[in-house]
Design a protein around this ligand. Structure first.
Ligand SMILES: CC(C)(COP(=O)(O)OP(=O)(O)OC[C@H]1O[C@@H](n2cnc3c(N)ncnc32)[C@H](O)[C@@H]1OP(=O)(O)O)[C@@H](O)C(=O)NCCC(=O)NCCS
Length: 170
């Protein structure tokens, strides 16, 4: 269990798939995350869990409030590259989770500490859609640096938007 101030991270479980399905199908989240997906059924969601559980290069953690087992979001450490000691971080909070009260910051800080002090990575990467100001503030507040912009890299809601690339090196 990876503990922060008000939340903790634990490996995702099959029981979390209802929340994960809600997150992948959420219009609010889909408008903000870099990835894209067709709407996902319960059966597809469970199949996804079976396919990715145990993947050592892409680890997904559920974000939970202290004192609760319920997933309120997910944070991932993916494309783990043990030769160059780097990985990519991504996170999202469920629609039911209140935003803007520090949960994202808490979760990201736990993951950064874990990735660097435990996994022994020395560089983390992330990207976000240019208009995702919550992500920008979150990562910059946690010490990340913007390294560049990929122009018109992502198609979203009828238009191509810029992708911001950021990195963290302790
Ligand atoms: C991005 C996300 C994880 C941030 O989580 P959160 O718990 O709301 O973030 P925090 O409360 O820790 O806030 C972090 C900073 O961002 C700011 N912030 C939060 N929401 C904001 C918004 N909508 N617009 C501008 N700034 C915002 C906060 O004020 C805080 O900065 P401050 O401490 O200087 O005031 C969350 O909004 C989310 O899950 N969004 C939908 C999915 C998503 O965008 N995922 C990231 C894809 S790259």
């Amino acid at each position: 269990m990876l503990e922060g101030q008000n939340v903790y991270l634990r490996p995702m479980e099959r029981e979390d798939m209802k929340v994960y399905q809600q997150m992948i199908n959420s219009a609010y989240i889909s408008d903000r995350v870099v990835g894209w997906s067709f709407p996902v059924s319960e059966a597809e969601q469970n199949k996804w869990f079976d396919a990715v559980a145990g993947d050592q290069r892409n680890r997904r953690f559920s974000i939970c409030k202290k004192g609760s087992q319920e997933a309120i979001g997910m944070i991932s450490l993916s494309a783990i590259d043990l030769h160059n000691r780097k990985a990519t971080v991504g996170l999202k909070l469920s629609d039911n989770c209140k935003k803007g009260i520090g949960i994202g910051t808490d979760a990201l800080r736990i993951m950064m500490k874990y990735a660097i002090d435990v996994v022994n990575l020395h560089r983390l990467e992330a990207s976000w859609l240019e208009d995702n100001k919550a992500s920008e503030k979150l990562y910059l507040k946690c010490g990340w640096k913007i390294e560049g912009t990929r122009e018109a890299a992502i198609f979203r809601n009828g238009t191509y938007v810029n992708l911001v690339e950021a990195g963290f090196v302790p």
